[in-house]
Design a protein around this ligand. Structure first.
Ligand code: MLT
Length: 270
């Protein structure tokens, strides 16, 4: 089955849905990106027998933003739950999220735990923003609106996104840049405001009762390996995998390592 758009919670959401098997994997992208960041995983997961659903969160990719205001992790989580309902997914899913997709994953667990069979958290963190980081995000959001492009956010994030060994003009870097440039102004500006508003998820960790795989690029400068170590230490049934030769975009920088770890863990634990 393959469909492109669905109406939910007042917006039209874009997504891909391929494969027919079980479990169902729900792949949730980072900021300010879209579902195409998961291209290196989708075929491999389908080949492993899964049904794979990859949405564009509201404000990102081809999904509508809805009314102005911060794009919160809780709203994204509710949109994902509505998507699963619309698609008549009758079983709990393996939730896979990178960075912001991980923050949304914590909100999804808090609000919709019954829909979750397993969690895969890549290059993310349980901590909220410091007051300084919140102020920086609000300043960036205002700058984005003032100049009318995502450039201020791109300039801030790009130098810290990849392994220092990834060539600057590599295909992966070009692809990520293309995603960032293609994101709507609403997605970038109100996305930053939503990220600034996210709560701490540390108290959530001890409540997670499903198998959890935590992965992090060894050179991740945005959410460094210590952040993933803290998540794995707080979740009862967690496995931590460090991805070599990768930075924050581990699933794109070293897809073979991420796919191998994911499929291996899936076979044993899910
Ligand atoms: C992401 O990759 O989703 C962002 O780096 C998240 C963030 O800015 O905290």
């Amino acid at each position: 089955m393959y469909r492109m758009f669905v109406d939910l919670n007042g917006i039209r959401m874009a997504y891909s849905d391929t494969g027919t098997g079980s479990p169902v994997a729900l792949l949730v992208h980072g900021f300010p990106l879209n579902r195409s960041m998961w291209d290196p995983q989708i075929g491999r997961l389908r080949a492993a027998g899964l049904r794979v659903i990859a949405p564009d969160l509201r404000g990102f990719g081809a999904s509508e933003s809805g009314p102005p205001g911060p794009l919160t992790m809780e709203q994204h989580a509710d949109d994902l739950a509505a998507l699963l309902t619309q698609l008549s997914i009758g079983e709990p899913v393996m939730y896979v999220g990178l960075s912001m997709g991980g923050y949304v994953g914590f909100a999804f667990w808090r609000k919709h735990a019954a829909l979750v069979r397993a969690l895969v958290l890549l290059d993310t963190r349980a901590s909220p923003d410091t007051p300084q980081a919140q102020a920086d995000r609000h300043r960036l959001a205002a700058e984005v609106e003032a100049v009318g492009t995502a450039q201020p956010v791109i300039d801030t994030m790009l130098p810290r996104l990849f392994s220092p060994h990834l060539p600057a003009r590599s295909r992966v870097a070009q692809q990520v840049l293309g995603m960032m440039k293609g994101t709507s102004l609403r997605g970038v500006a109100d996305g930053e405001r939503g990220l600034a508003a996210r709560p701490s998820s540390f108290s959530t960790l001890a409540t997670i009762s499903v198998p959890t795989l935590v992965m992090v690029g060894e050179y991740d400068a945005l959410t460094p390996p210590e952040d993933s170590e803290a998540i794995a230490a707080g979740v009862a049934d967690a496995k931590l995998v460090r991805i070599e030769e990768a930075g924050h975009m581990s699933n794109m920088e070293n897809p073979e390592a991420v796919n191998d770890a994911l499929v291996d863990w899936l076979r044993r634990r899910v």
